[in-house]
Write a protein that binds this ligand. Structure first.
Ligand SMILES: Cc1cc2nc3c(=O)[nH]c(=O)nc-3n(C[C@H](O)[C@H](O)[C@H](O)COP(=O)(O)OP(=O)(O)OC[C@H]3O[C@@H](n4cnc5c(N)ncnc54)[C@H](O)[C@@H]3O)c2cc1C
Length: 533
């Protein structure tokens, strides 16, 4: 066993980890090591956007977590994919590009995450971006994250947009511009028909730097300490144990499930729970693993009365050949873009200050058994509550790092979350009953016509709701004594240890979480470099 020394040890080569690896190694005098439990991102399905269907069904690049069964989900476990590969979840995500609402970040700052308000983070959102529409007051070019518009159009999407407009929802050409509210096409984190993961945007351009080492297949089991100072990590690779020493800092970027797990395995967490697991507590951090928040999505599906959906294109030879040729020749078409194409942000009550409901609308339905498009024309409204009140937690299942932790999301635990779920079903039906969509609907498949009362709609949500894959909050940042990390993302109670990933978000943002995680890591890199001795 040897203990080589670097300045910064980054645990987790995912979204945030790739940002830190790039920014910290920009200074040639900083020696940086990035440890990733998964493998390299050399699988073609990662890079072809349509490959997400495959990535979500296999375990090769995916931790493939399942939540604990709960009465709140009518006894069900819910599938929680997370990326286990360079790029982390950004290598398997849905590529929908959303920053969130200004008030999300202002709420963070007001809750004690000083310095993380919108005005402080906006420059980082710009720094990230390579906007193919060009630069303007809200967007920038030249950053590592390529963001683009899809070029093809579908009659089903056009009808969805027209139906929303008929209900008084305004058309919005840019959900990341002046206002999020409205209906329109999503932009995607895709460049030239290829996924722009954090590994592609941040790691590949710098992988030749002499002061940066990237070690894949390296599962970190423990953080090492000398008294209260984090000094390095112990990891396993190919059945062998290794230790690494960090002269400056250990930076935990394992994501919202693995970061709290690793801290607990290292003796930081709720003391009673650690003792129960046979782990000697180093720091009693009662809030660690708590404050778990996620977007629960309801999927309402319809059979259409004519073959104008992606299902029909997918199951016809001409459609398949056309898609393949369009991708090969022009890097565009259905293969080049994410599965959710059209978006809608609106309010469940008119008196709300900003949207609390988001739609990912698709011109297809999926056969649950095969994961492939159904053999009949269809459309899917995937809808979620943007700022749920319910809070869950992550607990250790065992002191064995190889065992998945217990995930208890606690979905639909408050009356307000239940009210919004019911409203989601009702609003979807109003959309589907509006002329442009009513003209093409043959029947409602899910929830189906029998589901009418509030109780039945809520029961549908409990029986069918799934994750839209945005867990955050388990290493909450704040200024209070119970916060897991302080506003500089330093773990309370120890030194030389920070958490930098989606787990530090105090509250879930109103939208998809990739861009916000990149912004967190960009600002964290500046905080780290500015506090160098
Ligand atoms: C299926 C899916 C679809 C999504 N769709 C979208 C979308 O369309 N738009 C959007 O904005 N957001 C989306 N998201 C969310 C977004 O991708 C995540 O919020 C974001 O990538 C989280 O980044 P992170 O750095 O916190 O964690 P991750 O990117 O998950 O990185 C954590 C990394 O740490 C590694 N790791 C963990 N533990 C260890 C250990 N002990 N030792 C070594 N390495 C370890 C992991 O393997 C992983 O690579 C989606 C997520 C998923 C999973």
């Amino acid at each position: 066993m040897n203990t080589p020394v670097c300045d910064y040890l980054i645990v987790g080569g995912g979204t945030a980890g790739c940002v830190l690896a790039n920014r910290l190694s920009a200074d040639p005098s900083c020696r940086v090591i990035l440890l990733e439990a998964g493998g390299p991102d050399d699988d073609k399905w990662i890079h072809i956007p349509a490959g997400i269907r495959y990535l979500l069904r296999e375990k090769k690049h995916n931790w493939f977590y399942m939540t604990e069964p709960s009465p709140l989900t009518n006894g069900r476990s819910v599938y929680w994919p997370r990326g286990k590969v360079l790029g982390g979840s950004s290598s398997i995500n849905g590529m929908v590009y959303i920053r969130g609402q200004r008030t999300d970040f202002d709420r963070w700052a007001a809750s004690g995450a000083t310095g993380w308000d919108w005005d402080s983070l906006f420059p980082y959102f710009l720094k990230i971006e390579n906007q193919t529409r060009g630069a303007d007051a809200y967007h920038a070019v030249g950053g590592p994250l390529t963001v683009s518009d899809r070029t093809n159009r579908s009659e089903v999407w056009t009808r969805f947009i027209a139906a929303a407009e008929q209900l008084g929802i305004p058309r919005n050409p840019d959900f990341n511009g002046a206002d999020q509210e409205g209906v329109g096409y999503y932009q995607a984190t895709v460049g030239n028909g290829r996924r722009c993961s954090a590994a592609v945007g941040y790691l590949r351009p710098v992988k030749g730097r002499a002061n940066l080492s990237v070690i894949t297949g390296a599962m970190v089991h423990h953080i090492s300490f000398e008294q209260r100072r984090a000094t390095g990590v112990r990891y396993e690779k190919d059945g062998h144990w290794h230790e690494l020493h960090a002269a400056r800092e250990v930076l935990v970027c394992g994501g919202s499930i693995n970061s709290p797990q690793l801290l607990m395995l290292s003796g930081i967490g709720p003391a009673a729970h650690l003792q129960e697991m046979g782990i000697t507590p180093r720091v009693d951090a009662p809030q660690l693993g708590k404050n778990l928040q996620d977007h629960l999505q309801l999927r309402l599906t319809y059979r259409l009365n004519r073959p104008i959906s992606f299902n029909d294109q997918f199951h016809s030879l001409a459609g398949k050949v056309g898609m393949g040729l369009e991708y090969l020749l022009r890097r565009s078409g259905a293969i080049a873009y994410p599965t959710a194409q059209v978006g809608l942000f609106t309010r469940s009550l008119p008196e709300l200050a900003s949207p609390d409901i988001q739609y990912h609308f698709s011109n297809y339905t999926t056969d649950e058994k095969t994961g492939m498009p159904d053999r009949f024309p269809g459309m899917t409204f995937s809808v979620c509550h943007l700022r749920p009140e319910s809070r869950g937690e992550i607990l250790l299942r065992s002191p064995d790092p190889g065992q998945h932790p217990r995930i208890l999301p606690n979905y639909l635990a408050t009356p307000e979350d239940c009210r919004v779920a019911v409203e989601e079903v009702r609003l979807t039906r109003r959309l589907a009953a509006t002329q442009p969509l009513a003209d093409i609907v043959a029947e409602e498949l899910a929830p189906g016509p029998d589901v009418q009362s509030d109780e039945a709609c809520l029961d549908f949500a409990r029986s069918n709701g799934t994750s839209i894959y945005h867990p955050v909050g388990t290493c909450r940042m704040g200024s209070d004594a119970e916060a897991v990390v302080d506003p500089a993302l330093c773990v309370r109670g120890v030194s030389h240890l920070r958490v930098v990933d989606a787990s530090v978000m105090p509250t879930l943002i109103s939208g998809n979480t990739y861009a916000a995680t990149l912004a967190i890591a960009e600002r964290a890199a500046d905080l780290i470099l500015n506090t160098r001795p």
